[in-house]
Every structure is written in C-alpha cells, then in structure tokens.
Design a protein around this ligand. Structure first.
Ligand code: AMP
Length: 304
C-alpha cells in the first residue's frame, strides 16, 4: 500500500557560514519522502507547488519511487518559498522570509486510491490541514506527526485535536518545552503523552534524540560529523528515515522503534553533509547500513 506523506514542497534560500544557495529544493514532504524512499515504496506524496516548480525536481523525486499523483500544481501561482540563515553555531537559525504563494490556499486532497493507506506521516503543516488529512483516511494503522513552534503558539486548539489522533509525535526540545510549559524534558514528555500520542520523540539537534513510551525511554546519539554544511530538513529526514524503516519492517514493538530512531538519525546525518536535498539523492543501501552500524558502535560499551 505504500507510505502516505503530507507536507510542504518548497524552494528554499539558505545561507550558512560556508555558502548560500537560492531557490533550492526543500519542504517537509520533500525531505521526508526522499529519506523514506531508501526503505520502502511507493512513497505517496501529497502537497502543492506553483507552475514554476522545476521539472528536474519532479523527475528526481519520481526516480526515487515517489508517486506525485497527490501533488497539486497550481497554474499561475508560485511555489512556496522559505529563506533561512544559519549562525556560526549551526544550531541557531533565523527565518528570513516565508512566502506561502501556492501553499496559502492548500487544501490537501488525498487521491481516492490512497485513502486506505495504513501508514501516514503528517509533515509540518498547519494542524487544521493535518486534521483534514486524517478525516480523509479510513484505514490508518500508524500515524506519525511533526509540528513547529508557529502552530504550538498560534493554533494550539487544532494541534491538540491532532495529537489525540496520532500514534507518535516528533518534535524538538524547545517545542516540547513550549507545548507543555515545562523545562524538564522527562516531565514534558509525560505531559505530551497524556495529550494523546502513545510514543513521543524529542530531537535534540546535534545531541541526538529521545524516544519515550509507557515507562520506557531510549536515548540515541547524533552522528558526530566533521562536516555539517546545511542542517535544513534534518528533522524531516529523521522522521522520514524513522517511518520508512517502520513501514518496511511492519514491526511496531518498542525494540523496533529504537532501531527506527537510529535509522532516522542515520538519514539525518547524510542530509546535513550537503546543501538542500543533495545529500539524499545518491545514497546506496550499503552506505546507509554502514553508518547505522557505526551508530551502534558509537554507544556500545562493555561491563568490566
Ligand atoms: P527543518 O529544518 O526540519 O525545520 O525543515 C526545513 C524545511 O521546512 C524547509 O525546507 C522549509 O521549506 C520548510 N518550512 C519552513 N517553514 C515552513 C512552514 N511554515 N510550513 C511548512 N514548511 C515549512
């Protein structure tokens, strides 16, 4: 049946201390889909672009077995554009602009043949739109959702409705604190799980990720990379790798969720090594598995 992915498809202008790139391929659905395409197929992308969206990006996504039957192309509109600038400390980012363009009136319509999808990854879009997607899906078995500070602050009521209907929420540490008003992440995780999701993943940037379940917790490191060029999309790629692996293995045990977290971190480490989606366009399964094993080695230790 494949994996259903809904989110933004964008052209990003990104500046880091090393380089600047204009109108490069980006967006939450794009990053998620590319990362998950290394694990499972087909990836069914639902999103919107304008008629200026370059054909070469369409070709590249289709080459990765990403079905674009749910990608709306709005005649006469421009594609969503986002601009960000990273500081010398790459954990700090300023949003320079957000031009919604075609995204402004996005109404996510799930093609009929995709409505019975069992696995859904709701990328970072307005919670009201995430609810519309949930309403159209009839057979969901496992739903993962991402969000951001903008929605926590401005559309909290809708976000709380979404949380009641998803199995896992993936957010970063500052968003977890914002959502709960609780500085301690362990306490925040407990509060978030009470809002609905059975599991919660809190990403801590270069400090890895925490997975929370019923009375259980797992801490995964981030891969210590020497060359980080562009952190854009790392969170989406984490979610894509995580969900792609779960879809492939169809095993939702806590032990397998742990492996999925490590695969998510593995894919994120490839993403940040190059600008835009370049780090995800030409990977091999051997490279991915090799880095996954390095992760395992990184946190393994023996008793005396
Ligand atoms: P991340 O680095 O994980 O925060 O994801 C960055 C991606 O999110 C970029 O490719 C942007 O195009 C996209 N993005 C930024 N702002 C928004 C927004 N308000 N809604 C949807 N996608 C966004």
């Amino acid at each position: 049946m494949g994996l259903l992915v809904v989110g933004s498809v964008a052209l990003d202008t990104v500046e880091t201390p090393f380089d600047k790139i204009d109108d490069a391929l980006g967006g939450s659905a794009t990053y998620i889909s590319l990362a998950s395409s290394y694990f499972t197929a087909p990836i069914k992308l639902v999103g919107v672009v304008g008629d200026d969206f370059p054909k070469e990006h369409i070709k590249m996504l289709e080459y990765h077995n990403i079905s674009l039957d749910g990608l709306q192309i709005v005649e006469g509109a421009k594609t969503f554009r986002w601009g960000g600038k990273y500081h010398y400390d790459l954990n700090v980012r300023d949003t320079l602009f957000t031009h919604l363009n075609a995204f402004e009136h996005f109404n996510p319509i799930i093609p009929d043949e995709w409505r019975k999808s069992k696995y859904l990854l709701l990328g970072n879009i307005m919670p009201a739109l995430q609810l519309k997607v949930l309403d159209q899906c009839t057979d969901l078995h496992f739903t993962v959702c991402d969000t951001m500070n903008l929605w926590i602050e401005n559309t909290r009521e809708d976000l709380l409705k979404v949380l009641k209907r998803v199995n896992i929420l993936i957010i970063n540490d500052s968003e977890a604190r914002l959502l709960t008003n609780e500085p301690n992440l362990i306490k925040a995780a407990k509060l978030i799980r009470e809002l609905g999701p059975k599991y919660l993943i809190i990403k801590k940037g270069e400090h890895g990720a925490l997975l929370f379940g019923e009375d259980t917790m797992f801490s995964a490191p981030a891969y210590p990379l020497e060359n980080i060029y562009d952190p854009t999309g790392a969170g989406d790629v984490f979610a894509g790798g995580f969900m792609g692996y779960l879809h492939k293995t169809a095993d939702l045990s806590f032990d397998n969720l742990k492996r999925a977290v490590v695969y998510g971190s593995t894919m994120a480490s490839f993403c940040v090594e190059k600008f835009s989606t370049k780090g995800l366009e030409n990977l091999s399964n051997i490279e991915i598995y090799g880095r996954y094993l390095e992760f395992k080695e990184l946190s393994k230790f023996e008793e005396e």
